[in-house]
Design a protein around this ligand. Structure first.
Ligand SMILES: *[C@@H]1O[C@H](CO)[C@@H](O)[C@H](O)[C@H]1NC(C)=O
Ligand SMILES: *[C@@H]1O[C@H](CO)[C@@H](O)[C@H](O)[C@H]1NC(C)=O
Ligand SMILES: *[C@@H]1O[C@H](CO)[C@@H](O)[C@H](O)[C@H]1NC(C)=O
Ligand SMILES: *[C@@H]1O[C@H](CO)[C@@H](O)[C@H](O)[C@H]1NC(C)=O
Length: 390
């Protein structure tokens, strides 16, 4: 095995060789520089795996490309609060989970502005992150399957410090440079298919959309095959990537069958076909299939106040607390395919994938990172459904 120094020397020598046939040996300072660079380049985000509690202060401290990451991965009672920059997300069950939201402390941006720098917003203050304001989540369904665990629902997006009318975007551990959105973001759960509902395990493969008042997040287990958390279809919204009930005012947690593989469908000709996502979707387009909500069973239905009691929230306002108690749960116990609801059918309006810079307003981060985004990665537009699809 080559040492880093030897590998760096070789890399230097071979790049020099391409330019001239007679090559002087690299100087010690050239070697030192190459070694430093080799040591300081981040690996793809999905290459980093940690046992809970072993994660470093920052997975991506490297000043390379979009890096370093803007926040940190060690989150605790010191970091918890409204300006936390925690980039370790924990999602366990219907009452205990986090979603990615804006690193700012006001709702003036869109997910597209800040996707590289999103931070965790949780249903309680246990995870050293921000706490979702009471009443922010107005409908929720958690589905446990043999390959993934999934959260879907309705949200007041200002609770994530996103503009209420943001049509949204998609977050995942890839991006064009493989550094993830957010950079350095880690995801842990006790509820992965291989989990025991008490030990936190890292999910390497996950995807999260938020926009137009809807959210969806899916965490796959390490062995998920096919990969149900693949993010190939980031221009399609929640309804296509994570078909579920999306009932506002209803809160439940169920066991569920697996969804169909996104993009694979049986057409009117009776043949199974595979759809590929184009560069962009026309403003009015019709996809050749309608997502089917998988059958679920063993649903437990809650009131929002059962799941998110004020006592668990780190901070709150009485007005917002009152609002959280208005969402009554219905008696729905199962969501069959008939529930392919309008509210969940989202998608397909594409307004571009441009990156924008957002001003950092927080005091939590010591990394000096800015919240400049620039992923080249596609943004998804979760809301704004083309009527023809429903
Ligand atoms: C709490 O988190 C901060 C920020 O990551 C870290 O600097 C500090 O060492 C942590 N404290 C403990 C006790 O782990
Ligand atoms: C979620 O898990 C926590 C423990 O991690 C438990 O206290 C809580 O009751 C669970 N919530 C639901 C809705 O099962
Ligand atoms: C969303 O939350 C904001 C801030 O808490 C609140 O002012 C607004 O009324 C909420 N919107 C809805 C539709 O509940
Ligand atoms: C974990 O909890 C979920 C939801 O209650 C349940 O479906 C699953 O069987 C549990 N897993 C284990 C290993 O107990």
């Amino acid at each position: 095995m080559l040492s880093i120094a030897a590998a760096a020397t070789l890399a230097l020598a071979s790049s020099a060789a391409a330019q001239s046939t007679i090559t002087a040996a690299p100087s010690p300072s050239q070697v030192a520089k190459a070694v430093k660079r080799a040591e300081s380049s981040p690996l793809p985000l999905t290459s980093y795996s940690y046992a809970w509690g072993e994660q470093p202060y920052q997975v991506n401290p490297y000043n390379v490309g979009r890096g370093p990451q803007s926040g940190y991965n060690i989150c605790n009672s010191t970091t918890s609060g409204p300006d936390a920059q925690c980039q370790t997300l924990v999602a366990n069950n219907a009452s205990d989970f986090c979603l990615w939201g804006s690193p700012t402390t006001d709702a003036t941006g869109t997910i597209g502005d800040i996707e590289a720098a999103v931070v965790a917003y949780c249903t309680n203050d246990k995870w050293g992150a921000r706490v979702l304001p009471p009443g922010a989540i107005t409908g929720l369904q958690v589905l446990h399957t043999s390959e993934y665990i999934q959260w879907t629902g309705h949200i007041n997006m200002t609770g994530l410090n996103l503009m209420a009318d943001d049509t949204g975007g998609e977050l995942d551990p890839h991006g064009a440079d493989q550094l993830g959105n957010p950079l350095g973001g880690l995801v842990f759960s006790t509820g992965l298919p291989s989990g025991d509902n008490s030990t936190l395990q890292q999910s390497i493969s996950w995807t999260n959309f938020v926009g137009s008042g809807l959210f969806c997040m899916k965490l796959c287990g390490p062995m998920s095959s096919p990969n149900y958390c693949e993010n190939k279809f980031d221009l399609l919204g929640c309804a296509y990537n994570m078909p579920a009930a999306y009932e506002d005012g209803v809160f439940n947690e169920c066991d569920s069958d697996l969804q169909s593989i996104v993009g694979t469908y049986v057409g009117t000709d009776g043949k199974t076909s595979t759809w590929s996502q184009p560069e962009s979707l026309p403003a009015t387009s019709t996809l050749p299939w309608t997502p089917v909500v998988p059958s679920s069973s063993n649903c437990r239905t809650y009131q929002s106040t059962d799941l998110f009691p004020a006592s668990l929230l780190g901070y709150q306002s009485t007005a917002a607390a009152a609002a959280s108690s208005t969402s009554a749960a219905s008696s729905a116990t199962s969501t069959g395919s008939a529930a392919s609801s309008r509210s969940g059918a989202s998608s397909a309006q594409v307004t571009g994938t441009g990156a924008a810079a957002a001003a950092q307003s927080s005091g939590g981060s010591t990394s000096g990172a800015s919240h400049v985004v620039a992923s080249g990665g596609a943004l998804a537009f979760v809301g704004a459904l083309v009527a023809a699809l429903v």
